[in-house]
Design a binder for this molecule. Structure first.
Ligand code: SF4
Length: 95
């Protein structure tokens, strides 16, 4: 089954990869932990998931703020977004 949602830029996003994620084997709340122990548990599951890279890109592209995606916490994704913005600004300044 192919699931489609709107992507960050309004285009149809293919989310069929979600059907192959390891998280399908666990209760959804596993990936919305309330403490650092829960974050570690979710991250260990993501570490062996074949969809890890695409999952992380999906979360970054769609600015998903909550939960563990691609093995990253909300805080880690905020840092990644800031780093990407800084790189983009450097690229713009250099051109
Ligand atoms: S990386 Fe984690 S959250 Fe993403 S699909 Fe895999 S198990 Fe699910």
């Amino acid at each position: 089954m192919v699931t489609r949602m709107l992507g960050a830029h309004g285009e149809a996003a293919d989310t069929s990869w979600m059907n192959s994620g390891k998280c399908r084997e666990y209760p959804p709340n596993t990936f919305f932990p309330s403490d650092s122990v829960g974050v570690s548990i979710a991250r260990r599951i993501c570490a062996v998931c074949p969809m890890k890279a695409i999952c992380l890109e999906y979360a970054l592209d769609n600015q998903i703020e909550h939960g563990i995606w691609g093995g990253t916490s909300e805080r880690a994704r905020r840092r990644m977004v800031r780093a990407r913005l800084n790189m983009a600004q450097l690229d713009t300044a250099a051109s």
